[in-house]
Write a protein that binds this ligand. Structure first.
Ligand code: BV8
Length: 222
């Protein structure tokens, strides 16, 4: 049985990582869209690095929860494609063998000048020279609003050829991820949502399982 799972900030909430909605879209009085957009980085790279340094520290201090570990178990018994919108590494630390980070990862750095990527240090600053070309153009390897998510061809293919699609802990507000359920449904794939409350695209799912992910996901995986 082929399963594609999409996770969002809700799966890491019980590990202590704030969701976007819970923060009302604000961070240090800045709208997240302002610090999670290329224009924001161009305007104030030090501010954006501070935003991601804080999130990298929060992710490092967090532990995977039973939901992350249940998806790792699922990968051992099923043909699972795990896609996450999250930029933390809790799926990997929870044992998942392969994770598609469609919005990038706090663990990676990117050179805006030569395009090379490398493992990010805990704290990044605009002064960091690129280890490949030396340019002072290093940024977090994160997909910002207006940028193209990673691995989209692979994701569309998995969604269209799965037997089951599950969205876990995502509010369904950000595209193209919020459109995955329609794509899967168009291909006759059964769609289930596991969430704390109904998402913006709840009507597109065949089933919904309401509750905290650390309880609902281990139960669903059984
Ligand atoms: C794209 C990285 C084209 C950053 C993120 C105008 C200009 C430019 C673009 C647009 C525009 N208007 C619209 C767009 C498209 C835009 C978009 O969708 N905007 C929205 C605001 C309308 N999208 C883009 O720009 C994307 N790129 O469109 O390129 C394209 C498309 C396809 C193919 C080719 C080209 C890029 C978007 C990526 C932005 N980067 N993240 C960072 O993380 O710092 S988005 C970021 O926000 C997350 O990655 C995630 O995607 C989103 C937050 O969503 P959630 O994860 O769902 O989190 P949220 O807090 O909202 O919800 C939490 C849920 O969990 C809730 O439902 C809650 O009930 C539940 N929950 C809470 N606790 C628990 C729980 N569930 C279970 N258990 C619990 N305990």
């Amino acid at each position: 049985m082929r399963i594609t799972v999409l996770t969002g900030a809700g799966i890491s909430a019980e590990s202590g990582i704030a969701t976007f909605r819970a923060s009302d879209g604000l961070w240090e009085q800045h709208r997240i869209e302002d610090v999670a957009m290329p224009e924001g980085f161009a305007r104030d790279p030090a501010l954006v690095h501070r935003f991601y340094n804080a999130r990298r520290a929060a992710a490092a201090a967090a532990e995977p929860n039973p939901a992350h570990r249940a998806l790792a178990d699922l990968a051992r018994t099923h043909d699972l494609t795990l896609v996450t919108q999250n930029v933390d590494d809790l799926h990997e630390r929870g044992g998942s063998p392969e994770v598609i980070h469609m919005h990038g990862s706090l663990a990676r750095a990117l050179c805006a000048s030569c395009g090379e990527r490398w493992d990010a240090p805990a704290v990044m600053s605009p002064e960091d020279p690129c280890p490949f070309c030396g340019a002072r153009a290093t940024r977090p390897d994160i997909v910002w609003f207006g940028e193209i998510p990673y691995d989209m061809d692979r994701i569309w293919d998995a969604l269209g050829t799965s037997d089951l699609f599950a969205a876990i802990g995502t509010s369904g507000n950000v595209y193209p991820a919020a459109g995955f359920v329609q794509h899967a449904a168009r291909h006759g794939v059964e769609c289930v949502e596991l969430n704390l409350d109904a998402s913006a695209n709840a009507r597109d799912f065949d089933r919904r399982i309401i509750g905290p992910a650390s309880e609902t996901v281990p139960e669903w995986v059984k």
